[in-house]
Design a protein around this ligand. Sequence first.
Ligand SMILES: [Zn+2]
Ligand SMILES: [Zn+2]
Length: 169
Amino acid sequence: MQINVAQLLKESVGSNRSYQLDKSIGADNISSVKGNLTLTRTKSGIMVNGEMTATVTGICSRCLKQIDYKIDYTLTEEFSSSMDTSKDQYLPGEPDRPTIDDSHVLDLSEVIRQYAVLTMPVKPLCNSDCAGICPSCGHDLNQGHCKCPPQAPDQRWAKLVRLRKESRV
Ligand SMILES: [Zn+2]
Ligand SMILES: [Zn+2]
C-alpha cells in the first residue's frame, strides 16, 4: 500500500485526501485488510487516520478449530516528511516516527500490518460460547457430550472445601 503524497505535501496544513483500501496481506495470519484512510497534511508531514477491518486466520483457543475472524481497529500515525517541498530542502525528521521517503511515497503496508497484529486477541474463539474439547478424549463438545465420566473436582479446591467443612464444626 503505497501512496504518492508529493501533491499533498505542497498543500497547506489541514488539507486532506481520502482513500479506500482493500488489500490482501498474507502475513502474520492476516488474509486481508479493508478500510477508509484519511491523509492530512500537518506541519511536519502527513497524519494518517484509518478505520480498518482485518480478516485473520487463527485457531480457536478452546476447540482448536481453524477459524477466520475479523478485527476492527483504528490507525493513527504521523509520518514525517524528509523534505521541505516548498524549499526543496531536507529536514532533520522526527525521531521515532516513520518518514516519507525522498520520492514522497508513503508506504503504509508496515503500519497497517503492525496495528493489526497489536489488535489481535491473544485467545481467539470460534464463538463466544464455544464449549471447547473434552480434556480426556479430545471430543469437540460443541457437537454434544462425549462418553467420558464427569471430571473429578479440581484438586486445588479440595483443600478449600475441607477448610470450609471444618470451620462449620
Ligand atoms: Zn471453538
Ligand atoms: Zn471425552
